[in-house]
Ligand binder design. Structure first.
Ligand SMILES: Cc1cc2nc3c(=O)[nH]c(=O)nc-3n(C[C@H](O)[C@H](O)[C@H](O)COP(=O)(O)OP(=O)(O)OC[C@H]3O[C@@H](n4cnc5c(N)ncnc54)[C@H](O)[C@@H]3O)c2cc1C
Length: 309
């Protein structure tokens, strides 16, 4: 119930106005977001790398309304990638891109515009010597995102893509994408999806996550294990060992601000640990999905509202 309400609120312009204008919000958002500006993102990246972690940066934005805004997002990524190159951070920091932020939902030629903008970002990443991963949004975008990923991979074979274990189709998608050179980030999934397309309960989603992990770890690609769940992390490690994978043939990923001690523990144990680091002014949807995932985050938010408001 609570999760559904928060996910619905993440799409509501009215709730967005209230939350964004509420003074304590910004202090709380900082727990999950590097800041609104590029220099804050670069300095947070530098700090994470200094502690042995790698980074994937997300310039926040989704549901882009026009082609100009979509092109502006691509340009922001180009500036970011230039900054990563110039500061010598690109070897340890890549970028994550939401296709909706670069035009996927635009009514006229949305897919074509998103493909062109994503291509610009991939070219800038190649020039900086790093990679790009395409985030996955709600299930209505999965086919379109995978088709854009296929086109881009012809020129940028290192392009990564996210699959969401809660979708019933994902085990088959993992099989399609487990070939040599493929980079797949497997996560549980963060959107409200109907039962017809997605497993609903935690237990079923966890089982689906493990099935996806088995396919990816048994494949020839590079699995990116995106989860904070201790069970999933343990099982991923066991499967990697079982399949004789070296530590550099897969990686763990977690969100900025979530389980930082576990991030450090995994990195110190010799694993590749990458932190998903969002930045930018459009933090609302991202922030609300994080609240929906974990009631403790909501309690933290409400307590701050009560004490400051
Ligand atoms: C790098 C990365 C990229 C992602 N990209 C996408 C994407 O492209 N598309 C998409 O739909 N979703 C994405 N997600 C979000 C993902 O789908 C989940 O919504 C999110 O990761 C929560 O699932 P979980 O696997 O951590 O497990 P959950 O089932 O949420 O949590 C399981 C357990 O993990 C631990 N845990 C979880 N959160 C916390 C916390 N805040 N503090 C302490 N312990 C905690 C607890 O022990 C909890 O019981 C991404 C997640 C990561 C880490």
């Amino acid at each position: 119930m609570l999760r559904s309400a928060l996910l619905a609120a993440s799409r509501s312009p009215q709730v967005r106005t209230v939350v964004e204008k509420f003074p304590p919000t910004h202090a709380i958002v900082e727990r999950f977001v590097a800041g609104e500006q590029l220099d804050q993102a670069v300095s947070a990246t530098d700090e994470l790398i200094a502690t042995g972690r790698k980074v994937t940066l997300d310039h926040l934005g989704e549901d882009t309304k026009d082609a100009e805004q979509a092109a502006g997002t691509a340009e922001a990524y180009e500036h970011l990638l230039t900054a990563l190159k110039d500061t010598g951070l690109a070897a340890d920091a890549e970028v994550s891109v939401k296709l909706s932020a670069v035009g996927q939902f635009l009514p006229a030629d949305g897919e074509k515009i998103a493909l062109e903008n994503a291509r610009r970002i991939c070219a800038a990443a190649a020039d900086a010597g790093t990679t790009v991963t395409l985030d996955m949004e709600d299930h209505t975008t999965t086919d379109s995102t995978l088709s854009i990923a296929r086109e881009l991979r012809a020129d940028f074979p290192w392009l990564g893509v996210v699959l969401q274990a809660y979708l019933r189709r994902t085990e088959a998608d993992c099989r399609d994408l487990a070939g040599a050179g493929s980079r797949v980030r497997i996560c549980k999934g963060a959107y409200k999806e109907p039962e017809s397309v997605a497993f609903q309960g935690k237990h079923d989603v966890d089982l689906a996550y493990v099935r996806a992990l088995k396919v990816l770890m048994n494949g020839e690609g590079y699995p990116m294990v995106a989860s904070h769940d201790p069970n999933m992390i343990k099982i991923a490690g066991q499967l990697a060992e079982w399949h004789g994978r070296s530590r550099d043939s897969f990686e763990y990923q977690m969100l900025f601000g979530i389980r930082p001690e576990e991030q450090l523990r995994l990195a110190e144990a010799g694993n590749t640990m990458r932190v998903y680091l969002p930045y930018g002014e459009e933090w609302y949807g991202y922030f609300m999905r994080r609240l929906a995932e974990r009631p403790a985050n909501l309690v933290f938010f409400l307590r701050a509202m009560a004490t400051r408001g």
